[in-house]
Design a binder for this molecule. Structure first.
Ligand code: AHR
Length: 537
């Protein structure tokens, strides 16, 4: 890494007289930024260059980008949230208090449930009424275990109320019926006299719940029914028609979207059903190796680490390309791109049930999370929601539990740092990153995002993916009078450090002292393999 330090200097711009000839202030600003970039390029090549337009910004970063996902899978629902009312683990109506508090602390905006693949074999009526009468089923997707339906609609919506979060329910298209989904919506949201509303009352809930986010099928191209996009489009229109808006409850209906780079799926759905949907989903997992041997969560070398980051950066291209298709059918960006499953997927921890998808979570996962959240922010004109898979004990979990013990993973701390972006205004940035290289491959070392909140505070989140070198970043803040700066950092000695029940705070957030302000020039020294959040006032 270059030791030459570099300062952006605002060189004298054309006089106001000259600029008057230019048609607008916007042109002046563009000119200013171009000059800054040119100065940077001319002087030192290997230097991160960042310009933030602090007085600009049009898009709100939808808080739902910071959403989560919980499936009836392994120990996510059972053990992760639900321990039952008689458990010695502190709980409120059967739901663990420690898990609820931790999710509240990251301001969880929404929670997707009951799947995933499980959603397309879930029959909601099995999960209502007295628990002792609820039928048992086999969870064929995930470990073939018995699902006793003790956590159902009432328990999930109670969980959401305890969390203060918005529910996102995935309805069953794969093995359900239009009638079944239609009745579920009626059961939850209808306030009047009707068979389903009366059944809800009989089961102890007088008032309807408010539910906005409603998924119509999950991975219908795969575990949700192996459908073609044309066939699914028709089904989507059919199911969505009977998922009614009752009273002032307005459903935001989300159609099953593409598997990674299946652009034909997006094209077909937008063409056939674009007008009937509010959201279209996208699923993309970061798998370091391949689906046969995905790689270990904790035991990896630098080459595998590099590949993980390279693959996670693909999210940017995916969103750009799916958005470009959506733009053709929906230029006003009415339909949200909903990345409702993302995260890392590794081999399960040795000795655990292969169907439970239990994996550890290292500093590498924190880097992955920071990069993806910066990407979602950057695309917040189209990306209206994202859901990390999954909250507790499954895949890139933010928490792990072992009976009464609970720990927060490095990924949790990224959501903790980034919560400042929720519903803030995305600030335009211009950024050129140094490269992180492995042999003849190279990727950007640094990822960045900036926003301004309702109180005028500017937040910048930075990720240095390079595990070997610090990164110096000289930043020009345009259009702000910056007086104070403070920051937090997440890093650790080794890229594969993680929190265990023996050492639950090995990877944790600390105060960050590596940033300084001089006028509106901000200098940051990002340690290797770190995630940093800066707050400027
Ligand atoms: O998150 C685990 C699984 O991954 C989900 O059930 C499914 O939708 C996806 O394939």
């Amino acid at each position: 890494m270059s030791e030459i330090s570099f300062n952006f200097t605002l060189i004298k711009l054309p006089s106001d007289k000259t600029l008057k000839k230019m048609s607008s202030m916007r042109l002046k600003r563009t000119c200013q930024i171009m000059l800054l970039i040119l100065i940077g390029s001319a002087s030192v090549q290997a230097q991160n260059r960042l310009i933030i337009e602090a007085d600009k910004g049009q898009n709100t970063i939808n808080k739902h980008i910071y959403g989560h996902f919980s499936e009836h899978l392994g120990r996510c629902i059972y053990g992760g949230y639900w321990v039952g009312e008689d458990s010695s683990i502190p709980n409120t109506r059967g739901i663990r208090n420690d898990v609820v508090q931790a999710l509240k602390d990251i301001s969880i905006p929404n929670l997707r449930w009951p799947g995933g693949c499980f959603a397309d074999e879930y029959h909601w009526m099995d999960g209502i009424g007295p628990r002792e009468n609820r039928p048992k089923m086999i969870n064929t997707h995930w470990g073939g275990v018995v699902e006793d339906n003790s956590f159902g609609t009432h328990e999930f919506l109670d969980l959401c109320e305890q969390l203060g979060t918005e529910p996102y329910i995935s309805g069953n298209v794969g093995s359900g019926t239009v009638e079944e989904m239609s009745k579920w919506v009626e059961y939850i949201t209808f306030d009047g006299e009707s068979p389903m509303a009366n059944l809800r009352r009989k089961n102890g809930r007088q008032e309807p719940w408010k539910v906005k986010f409603w998924g119509v099928g999950n991975e219908s191209w795969g575990c949700g029914g192996n459908m073609t996009p044309d066939y699914y489009s028709d089904l989507y229109r059919h199911y969505a028609t009977f998922a009614r808006n009752y009273g002032d409850n307005r459903l935001y209906k989300i159609a099953c979207g593409a598997n990674g780079g299946d652009y034909n799926w997006t094209e077909t759905l937008m063409k056939n059903a674009g007008r009937q949907m509010q959201g279209l989903s996208l699923h993309y997992y970061t798998v370091p190796k391949d689906w046969g041997d995905k790689g270990s969560a904790t035991n990896f070398d630098e080459e595998e680490y590099f590949t993980t980051i390279e693959k996670t950066l693909f999210m940017d291209e995916l969103i750009s390309k799916h958005s470009a298709i959506m733009d053709r059918y929906d230029p006003r960006k009415r339909v949200g791109l909903i990345v409702d499953e993302w995260g890392t997927w590794y081999n399960v921890e040795p000795g655990t049930n292969p169907g439970f998808l239990y994996q550890q979570n290292t500093l590498r996962d924190a880097i992955v999370a920071g990069i993806n959240l910066n990407i979602f922010n950057a695309h917040s004109d189209r990306v209206q929601m994202a859901n990390l898979a999954q909250t507790v004990n499954v895949l890139q979990a933010v928490m792990l539990t072992d009976e009464e013990k609970m720990l927060l993973t490095p990924t949790y701390w990224v959501f903790y740092l980034y919560k400042v972006h929720q519903d803030a205004t995305l600030l335009p940035i211009s950024f050129t990153s140094n490269k992180y290289r492995q042999g003849d491959r190279e990727i950007d070392a640094v990822s960045v995002s900036a926003s301004k909140d309702a109180n005028g505070k500017i937040h910048i989140t930075l990720v240095n993916a390079d595990p070997n070198s610090e990164q110096r970043i000289n930043t020009q803040l345009i259009g702000a009078t910056a007086k104070n700066i403070k920051g937090k950092i997440l890093t650790s000695g080794k890229i594969n450090d993680y929190n265990s029940f023996e050492q639950p705070s090995k990877v944790k957030v600390n105060d960050f002292k590596g940033a300084s302000l001089s006028n509106n020039n901000l200098s940051v020294v990002l340690p290797s393999k770190s995630v940093v959040m800066l707050e400027i006032q």
